[in-house]
Design a protein around this ligand. Structure first.
Ligand SMILES: Nc1ncnc2c1ncn2[C@@H]1O[C@H](COP(=O)(O)OP(=O)(O)OP(=O)(O)O)[C@@H](O)[C@H]1O
Ligand SMILES: [Mg+2]
Length: 484
């Protein structure tokens, strides 16, 4: 492919999962070495053998999967491998630390630089990576899906940071599936398909629909599948009563019935993911009850949860979901070895055939169950994670950000699938920071704020204004108390 990046421009790269966006970004930043072609910086040919070479020319990348050291502080992560080196003494380190603090303030990132990375939300971890690029005084920063992990207000904050950078002359290569973000920030946009450029030009000339058509090579429907009615008299599969963890979840209660998609709404950090982890037994509640089919379960045990037919798609696929060195098929079947072996022998051929069918249903590309997950693009890894649940056919599926990083075409395929699974009787607990997704799929939405359930919206009430109102109204109250 041919591509040019001008100084001070935001240049968006869009395309289906597996189109080659991350691969291109990595070639620019010296992470991958291209087989053919030329890279010119300031009109002079360059050849990068390592990220350090690219960095010397002021080019760096914030990768799709974060690469931070969890136990180290924000400042130390930013300074890690810094060209100015950690070599200097304590004074030097203090000075560098102050510099990190300065950048943090200048771009209003709002990070506490002395905190450990593991204690931060995913959104803040994302900002640490950006701080790292800023501290390296990059002229070109490739950002691979930087807003995918962020809630709307945080994403907007990041877009502001990107604008500030561009105004100061830094070029940003902005890779994203969130086409609204692309159109609001980019000056130029390049559409890729199968490793080639299919279109490149002014962003002002594009719409979400025109981009999707170029990406897929055909027009696609961006309509949510119709919600199917839930039986009125069916008993809930899951009842959560007065659940608290003593820290971030307080007195939360709700029920999910078979066939129902229950959305958990609220701002980032409102405690939704913590509720998911409590229900799945990954954390121990301090108080409250979790009932499955009307019976209290062994609380705080993943084993019990899985035994009762619960499945959990975690928010962070790299840490919790996938074993990157194993194949798609192994990943899909691993979590449920019990299930696979319960009936004794399963022919490897049949297993492989079934795995292929699932991968095809999710349009994983390439749909080869033997391929190591590491070799798949980010969005395709997410789809493999999804395939684990299909294999398992759970009764209650807890899906935390199920379409993060997935391209628009595949996203709507996943929506169809969720609605179908619910129609077949599965109960789904959905967490999504994409308002459209939450509203488009959920029969009911429980809005959380500061760890509490603050509203429960049903049917017609499920719309953006009501959800935001509930989320924000209760955010203001405790603040007033605090200042009184
Ligand atoms: N290490 C690797 N070995 C073999 N194939 C790879 C490797 N890394 C990527 N690929 C393949 O190259 C293609 C492009 O992948 P890439 O990660 O660049 O896609 P992408 O456009 O970033 O997709 P996504 O939107 O899912 O992140 C994919 O088909 C992928 O499977
Ligand atoms: Mg990618």
């Amino acid at each position: 492919m041919d591509l040019s990046i001008r100084s001070g421009e935001v240049h968006a790269l869009v395309g289906e999962n597996g189109a080659g966006k991350s691969t291109l970004g990595r070639c620019l930043a010296g992470v991958l070495i291209p087989d053919e072609g030329e890279l010119l910086v300031d009109a002079a040919p360059v050849q990068y053998r390592a990220p350090r070479d690219a960095l010397n020319d002021g080019i760096t990348i914030v990768e799709q999967e974060l690469a931070l050291v969890p136990a180290m502080s924000v400042a130390d992560n930013v300074l890690l491998g810094h060209r100015k080196g950690a070599a200097g003494g304590l004074r030097r380190r203090r000075a560098l630390s102050a510099e990190v603090q300065g950048l943090n303030d200048r771009f209003a990132l709002g990070l506490e630089v002395s905190r450990t990375v593991e204690s931060l939300t995913v959104a803040d971890q994302q900002k640490v990576e950006i701080l790292r690029a800023l501290s390296r005084q990059a002229r070109i920063i490739v950002m691979d899906e930087p807003t995918a992990r962020l809630a709307r207000d945080e994403a907007d904050n990041l877009l502001r940071v990107i604008r500030m950078l561009a105004e100061q002359g830094t070029a940003i290569v902005f890779i994203s599936h969130i086409l609204d973000d692309v159109l609001s920030i980019a000056e130029r946009v390049t559409v890729m398909r199968n490793g080639e450029v299919v279109k490149s030009g002014e962003a002002a000339a594009e719409t979400p629909a025109s981009l999707v058509e170029a990406m897929l090579g055909r027009a696609a429907s961006l309509e949510f599948p119709e919600k199917r009615p839930v039986g009125v008299d069916v008993a809930p599969i899951l009842s959560v009563r007065n659940l608290s963890d003593g820290r971030r979840v307080h007195d939360v209660s709700f029920e999910v019935r078979p066939g129902e998609i229950l959305g958990l709404g609220g701002l980032v950090g409102c405690g939704r993911s913590e509720v998911a982890r409590l229900v799945f037994g990954a954390e121990r509640p301090a108080r409250g009850a979790i009932e499955i089919d009307g019976a209290v379960t062994g609380i705080g045990s993943v084993r019990h949860a899985v035994g009762h037919g619960l499945a959990y798609l975690p928010e962070n696929r790299k840490d919790l979901g996938l074993l990157l060195d194993l194949s798609s098929q192994e990943n899909a079947t691993l979590a449920h070895l019990d299930q696979v072996t319960r009936w004794g022998f399963i022919s490897p051929r049949r297993e492989r055939r079934e795995a292929t069918a699932i991968l095809e249903r999710l349009s994983v590309s390439p749909a080869d169950p033997a391929l190591r997950v590491k070799a798949l693009s980010g969005g395709n890894q997410q789809k493999v994670l999804f395939s684990k649940w299909l294999w398992q056919a759970p009764r209650l599926l807890i899906a935390d950000e199920p379409t993060r990083g997935v391209d628009v075409g595949a996203k709507f395929a996943i929506y169809e699938l969720l609605v179908e699974l619910a129609a077949e009787g599965m109960a789904i607990l959905l967490i999504s920071s994409e308002m459209e997704e939450l509203i488009g799929l959920s029969h009911r939405v429980v809005v959380m704020a500061r760890g509490r359930g603050v509203a429960e919206l049903d049917g017609e009430q499920v719309h953006e204004e009501r959800i935001l109102h509930a989320a924000f109204a209760s955010r203001a109250e405790p603040a007033r108390e605090a200042s009184a």
